[in-house]
Structures are given as C-alpha cells and as structure tokens.
Design a protein around this ligand. Structure first.
Ligand code: TXA
Ligand code: MG
Length: 334
C-alpha cells in the first residue's frame, strides 16, 4: 500500500480518509495513534491487521468534544463529570459502559468502552473534521515500543496504512492513564502521568489500582490474583530488539552495577546501551523512555542496561510499568 505522508496542513484530506474507512496515524500529546472510524467495524478490523494486534485487545476511542462521549455511553455520574472537567482534554482514558452502537470490534467484545479527548490540536482537528469518534491504539507494530516521534511511526507503518500525519514529538511520551469508572470504585488499569493521587484529589475519594500493575516478576503473570483487568496489559509489550536488564537499588549501587555489567559484556564484544535518568526526573523519563529504546534499536545494541526509577505510585511508577515490560521483567536488585 502507498502511504501518504501528510502534515497538519492536510488535516481535511486525512479526515476524509478516516470517514471513508481508511487508516491514518496521527500525533497526540501522549504517543502517536493509528486511527480509524470507531463506529465502522471493517475499518477497525484493518487497524488490528496493520499492527498485528490480537483482536481481543480493546481500543481507546478518541473524541473531539467532551459532549461527544454521549455517542458512546448512555449516562454520566458525578465522578465521571468531575474527571472530564478536570482532565480533558488530556491523557486520561475513562472506561465507561458502552452503548450498543459501539461495535464489538472496537471494544474487543467488552460491555465497556475506553474514551479520551486528547490534548493535541492536530488530533482534535482530525477527529472533528472526520465527524466520527476515532478508535486509535498506539501507532506501533504490536509488541514494539510506542512511537513518540513521526520517524518511529514511519519505520513501523509505512506501506501498511493509508496516511501518516507527521507532527511534533509527543509532549508526554507514555500512553494515557486508563481509569475504569464503570463500576463502584474507580480503578487504575494502566498508570500514566495522571496519577492516582491527582484523581483522588479531584473526586474526593480513594481510587483502586489493579493489582496486576504491581507484578514485577514474570511468574506473577500467570497468577490468577494478578490477572490484569485491562486485556492489553497481558501481552508482551514495548520490547526492544536487544536483551534488556533493569537494575534496581540505591543510586550508587545501580551505577556501579551498570558499569560492572557493561565492562565484561563489552569486552565480550557486545554493544551495550544504558538508560539512566536523573534521580526523580520522572516527567523527563516518561518523555524520553520509548524514544531511547527506539534509538538504541537503531544503533543495533545487543544489551540495554536500565536503572530503575524509585517511585511506588506516581509518574515514575508509570514509567517503571513500561520499563519492566520492555525488559520482560528481567530485573536485578543490588
Ligand atoms: O495515550 C493513549 O492512550 C494512546 C493514544 C494513541 O491515545 N493509545 C493507546 O492505545 O495507548 P492502546 O490501544 O495501545 O492501549 C489501550 C489500552 C489497552 O491496554 C487496552 O486493554 C485498554 O487500554 N482498554 C481499552 N478499552 C478498555 C476497556 N473497555 N476495558 C479495559 N481496558 C481497556
Ligand atoms: Mg499500545
């Protein structure tokens, strides 16, 4: 397939492609998304095919005006309204009960749908010109690190989609927080830069965190107790080509262990890449993490050594969720 490389000047052309059932990759504030008309099951099926994505993994539906959530869900309670007022447009996905008009293809057959209004003028224009909600997973091949720059999208999807809108690098760098508000207790299904603390401050009550997010050893993945409630959380994710080890511990010990591992591995002839963020610089880490992984892949490193971020519930925790998955939970404590 011939993929059109577009810019923000071509939004109307891109919107027409979406409206006609085609696929367009576009920037959001979190990561690039691969979009299709969310209400058109054939169009959504093509997204799964282009990404090589398992079809039971539901998609996030992106809307251009907060009130358009009414096309997807029947009613809003006070928590949901408060969250929309506080965090939209922005990197918070709300999992709500779905209307029957939302295709099974989009929700992976669930009776809920994940919805968000992105904080990006290009994304909002694309949705509003298309005149339909846009289902969009991250615009990477399934299993690869999420794309935060146009070059990353082109690398994965050129030839597989109708068009790619080349916009700016993504401001946030990790995907949205996914919050299930379809039941009694709001529950974080995927951590992001909108933290449980800020959600609690907005709605004035405790939020739960899916226990599956605390897994840090591969064998936990098969524990019934740790079965993730968000289907997407169970797949191998974000994997670089290189082997990857996460090193966790006090700052000095982590640095020393990275040097120790680097030394002998390099003498063996391995090309070694290091990801070590400034201490507590969690926002920067979120912004850079996926881009670093992709750059190291391009440099063809054999081994990536990454320093763990010490954070148990905030933005650093959200980055660690991605880092541990990238490394296949290959972690050493020093
Ligand atoms: O920031 C983002 O959210 C990006 C940009 C493009 O908006 N999108 C994104 O989509 O990360 P994706 O498909 O890569 O991740 C969607 C996640 C998956 O883990 C999926 O299982 C979960 O959201 N999800 C979607 N709908 C759900 C639902 N109804 N119930 C539970 N989890 C849901
Ligand atoms: Mg993804």
């Amino acid at each position: 397939m011939d993929t059109k490389l577009l810019t923000e000047k071509d939004i109307k052309e891109a919107a027409k492609i979406i409206k006609n059932g085609g696929l367009v990759a576009f920037p959001t504030e979190t990561v690039y998304g691969l979009g299709a008309d969310a209400l058109n099951p054939e169009a959504v099926a093509k997204v799964y095919e282009a990404k090589g994505r398992p079809s039971d993994n539901p998609m996030i539906v992106h809307i251009g005006k907060a009130s358009n959530i009414g096309e997807l869900t029947p009613r809003l309670n006070s928590d949901i309204v408060t969250l929309i007022e506080n965090f939209w447009p922005g990197p918070l996905t709300l999992v709500v009960k779905r209307k029957p008009s939302v295709p099974d293809r989009t929700t992976g057959g669930l009776d809920t749908v994940g919805v968000r209004m992105p904080d990006s003028p290009i994304a909002l224009d694309l949705i509003n010109w298309s005149g339909c909600p846009i289902a969009a997973p991250s615009a990477n091949l399934s299993g690869k690190p999420s794309p935060t720059r146009a070059v990353d999208v082109i690398e994965d999807l050129k030839g597989k989609v109708d068009a790619i809108i080349q916009g700016p690098d993504c401001r946030v760098g990790i995907e949205s927080t996914v919050l299930d508000v379809s039941g009694e207790t709001p529950t974080i299904l995927r951590p992001g830069i909108i933290t449980p603390e800020s959600i609690e401050a907005a709605i004035g009550k405790k939020v739960a965190v899916d226990p599956a997010l605390y897994i840090n050893r591969p064998r936990d993945v098969n524990d019934e107790e740790f079965k993730p409630k968000s289907p997407g959380m169970k797949y191998r994710h974000y994997a670089p080509k290189a082997d990857m080890i996460v090193i966790e511990g006090g700052r000095d010990k982590v640095k020393a262990e990275i040097e120790r591992l680097r030394g002998l591995n390099e003498r063996m002839g391995n090309k070694v890449g290091v990801i070590l963020f400034e201490e507590k610089a969690f926002i920067e880490a979120a912004h850079d993490f996926f881009a670093r992984l992709r750059d190291l892949d391009r440099e063809d490193v054999d081994l990536i050594l990454a320093g763990a971020l010490s954070d148990t519930d905030g933005v650093g925790f959200a980055v660690m969720n991605r880092m541990l998955k990238s490394a296949g939970y290959n972690i050493v404590r020093v």
